[in-house]
Ligand binder design. Structure first.
Ligand code: AHR
Length: 317
């Protein structure tokens, strides 16, 4: 009996240091784009609550849509020797230097939501987020189907782009154009950035509406917030959003479902912001040096106005 007890104690003593090292909470430095949209608010909340749930110490910084703030945050996480850095890059380019600094310091980097364009892909471990090109395609496919009901009609489209130089703005434009060019009756007559915000979406839509040379039939907004801002501009111009102007947007936030229920928005393409739990698991796997896929995508749907009332109670963001 005594011998067994002593052996058990010895085994426990031998495994204790290793166990203590494993149990030390992992620290993640996260640089967020900003708080520009309902989507972003849901994304930040998901990351914060998932970190808590996973027992990860989170250092979170809001960059207010400025790349220089993100670079500063990443440098401070390197100086603080965090275990892993994650960030959602405001724009695609200009990251090589700071990511090399992270690599030299031996800190793994995970991209979330938005991609970067870097010469050396080993500067980040993995990228988890939506396929923005596919979202643009889905938006355009919905429009093609609708346009097929009136095959002789030409449709003038105005486009509210996201933040200039950001992955979702570049990719959603690309995917949409790729599909609509298959129908020459569909033409983008104006396209400008509304910076992913309601205020700017409204302002740009007002300026589109003031240029009276061509009738606007369709609005394609790269996110729901800009569409919601534009809806206000359309109403103030005495027109009926969703009827006089067909409105297509991306994200699938509650605000969009409410607008669809009210008949003011025609369709939203889902972009899931609830990336927190997957990100925390990835961080643990990366630190544990498990094999990781370079690209992890999210499965998403398309919600036309007809299903809005039924779907609204199920929306989590
Ligand atoms: O990167 C995702 C995009 O950023 C969302 O579509 C938009 O709402 C957000 O601001």
């Amino acid at each position: 009996m005594k011998l067994i007890a002593r052996r058990t104690l010895l085994a426990a003593a031998l495994t204790l240091p290793a166990f203590t090292a494993l149990a030390a909470p992992l620290t993640m430095g996260f640089s967020q784009v900003g708080a520009e949209s309902e989507w972003r608010t849901a994304n930040s909340a998901s990351i914060k609550s998932a970190a808590k749930e996973a027992g990860i110490t989170l250092k979170f910084a809001d960059a207010q849509q400025k790349q220089e703030n993100q670079v500063k945050a990443i440098r401070s996480y390197i100086a603080q020797k965090v275990d892993v850095i994650a960030f959602s890059p405001v724009v695609e380019s200009g990251w090589d230097t700071v990511l090399k600094e992270a690599k030299t310091a031996g800190i793994p980097v995970i991209l979330t939501d938005r991609a970067v364009k870097v010469a050396d892909p080993s500067l980040y471990v993995t990228f988890i987020g939506s396929d923005f090109v596919e979202e643009g395609r889905k938006a355009a496919k919905w429009l093609l189907e609708r346009a097929a009901k009136t095959p002789n009609a030409s449709l003038n489209i105005v486009e509210l782009q996201g933040t200039v130089g950001s992955a979702p703005a570049i990719d959603r434009k690309k995917g949409f154009e790729e599909v609509i060019k298959t129908n020459p009756k569909l033409q983008i007559i104006r396209s400008q950035s509304g910076e992913f915000t309601r205020a700017k979406g409204k302002e740009v839509m007002e300026s589109f509406l003031k240029q009276r040379d061509k009738k606007i039939d369709v609005l394609y907004a790269h996110n729901d917030d800009m569409a919601i801002g534009a809806i206000q501009a359309i109403e103030e111009a005495g027109l009926k959003p969703g009827v006089d102007i067909v409105i297509i947007s991306i994200d699938g936030v509650r605000g969009a479902f409410e607008a669809m229920k009210a008949g003011k928005l025609n369709v939203t393409v889902e972009c899931n912001p609830l990336l927190g739990p997957q990100l925390m698991q990835l961080a643990k796997d990366v630190v544990a040096k498990k094999p990781i896929e370079k690209r992890i995508t999210v499965t998403e749907g398309v919600f036309p106005a007809e299903v809005a009332a039924k779907e609204l109670p199920n929306r989590k963001y």
